[in-house]
Design a protein around this ligand. Sequence first.
Ligand code: C2E
Ligand code: MG
Ligand code: MG
Ligand code: MG
Length: 277
Amino acid sequence: YTKEEGRNNVHVYDPKMNEKTADELSLEASLLEALADDQLEVYYQLQVDVDLNRPFGVEALIRWNHPDRGILSPAVFLPLAEEIGILADLDEWVLNRALMQGQTWYEQGYQNLVISVNISREFFKRRDFIERVNQALTQSGLDPSRLCLEVTENTAILHVEEIRNKLIALKERGIRVSLDDFGTGYSSLSQLNLFPIDTLKIDQSFVRKTSKENDAIIKLIIALAKSLGVSVICEGVETEEQLTLIRNEGCFQAQGYLFSKPVPFDKCEKMMHELNH
Ligand code: C2E
Ligand code: MG
Ligand code: MG
Ligand code: MG
């Protein structure tokens, strides 16, 4: 897609279409410009070692600072990005930006901080995916061991061999990989063994709603992580009660509103500074 084609899409507008479709069309067209016009932003959410109450990492999360609508969340525009074929470009943009900012933090003394970046299936499956990741690392100067790529279970179960080869290539480079939203996808336990991953991220749905079933699932994932020899992060921790629960089950890394919402770079830096002093 060129910018020109993006503009032309606006003329597809048909008054018979319902409001929402027109709305989506106009968002789609402006999304093409957002990438070029510097309207995208990376927010960061702390990942916390709950025993030390210290951040060990941050997750980079894309935001669209829309000129008329303000900050838009990825749930609104990532599906559109996928439809118009630019999701991988957005991921790559976030990767580059997050690595640059990660390098800034590294130079400020946050040398153990790991920057996690979400990778869509579209990006992951590109033939030149590994080269592009390498390029982003080289350009930023950040050490590969400071980067973690988050892929969802459903990305990981496509074309097992291809995925596996790419994961091995990342691993050889010293890059970490975590399985995002774990427990909600369709991976089988036997496949899990084939993938050189570092971390399971327990999906927030299991933490959000307290129930016997969810409790059991959390327990199960923690036990699974232990037996696979990988670490485990619990997503979506909002309350002290939830924190106590996951601690009791043996999970000591967490991410959630209890610690921080995703915030812009400067604000995240301030929070890290306060937590470290
Ligand atoms: P995710 O990767 O699972 O990221 C965690 C999401 O949960 C974030 O939503 C975060 O704000 C939210 N969250 C974290 N803690 C809490 C909590 O305690 N309570 C609640 N209610 N929510 C919490 P966000 O930023 O809206 O992102 C949503 C999803 O969009 C992400 O889920 C990820 O799948 C996708 N995404 C975000 N940025 C990117 C990106 O750069 N590339 C790709 N491919 N996907 C992205
Ligand atoms: Mg994620
Ligand atoms: Mg997740
Ligand atoms: Mg998610």
